[in-house]
Design a protein around this ligand. Structure first.
Ligand SMILES: [Zn+2]
Length: 114
């Protein structure tokens, strides 16, 4: 699925009263961008919701960002394909993180170069 199809699929979620109220509430409570500290105008999902309404509406899954930081953050995330977040033990929590993939990385490299 390409990016525009992805955005179109979930656009209606962002047009609901529930999301707008949640977004406004989050920005009221967390007015500053978590990355640069400027006034935030974007509420981002820390973990991609992929249409999961529980994740989509989970206040703990939200972070305030400026648009600049949001775009930078998301581009980096999409180009890497994983989060750099770690769990309590310091281990990367994203199952797609290279540390959690083991030999799959090697296999993919062989396939792409082979
Ligand atoms: Zn920012």
């Amino acid at each position: 699925m390409n990016r525009s199809a992805h955005a179109k699929q979930y656009r209606k979620l962002y047009q609901t009263k529930r999301w707008k109220a949640l977004r406004r509430d989050h920005l009221n409570k967390n007015p500053y961008c978590v990355m640069c500290g400027k006034i935030a105008n974007t509420v981002d999902h820390i973990h991609p919701h992929k249409g999961d309404l529980t994740k989509f509406h989970d206040p703990r899954n939200l972070q305030s960002l400026t648009k600049d930081c949001h775009d930078t953050h998301k581009q980096r995330l999409e180009s890497r394909g994983y989060h750099g977040d770690v769990d309590e033990s310091g281990w990367p929590s994203d199952v797609k993180h290279p540390a959690n993939l083991g030999n799959q990385i090697d296999d993919r490299t062989k396939t792409s170069t082979g």
